[in-house]
Design a protein. Structure first.
Length: 89
């Protein structure tokens, strides 16, 4: 999962949006048949509905709670990211 952190650092998500962290679960995000990963580009029409999420842990427990947030740190433009934090769903 180290590659996840590397991509987030390269995209300046770590540092601008969140502090550095060590991933402890695997998250799978799908819009219909499209699986989303860091750096993946999808069209707004594909993302208009809530995604299907799947969290994979070594020791699944029904009482575990997670928070998901979606941020586009350079929206609409890296020089003026006025829309980087937006309620999507």
């Amino acid at each position: 999962m180290a590659e996840v952190v590397d991509v987030l650092k390269a995209g300046k998500v770590i540092g601008d949006v969140v502090d550095s962290f060590t991933p402890v679960v695997e998250l799978r995000v799908q819009y219909g048949s499209t699986t989303v990963s860091n750096g993946c580009e999808i069209k707004p029409l594909e993302a208009q509905n809530r995604p299907h999420l799947q969290v994979a842990t070594e020791k699944p427990h029904r009482d575990n709670l997670y928070t998901l947030f979606m941020v586009d740190p350079d929206a609409p433009d890296p020089s003026k990211p006025v829309l980087k934090e937006w309620l999507h769903w």
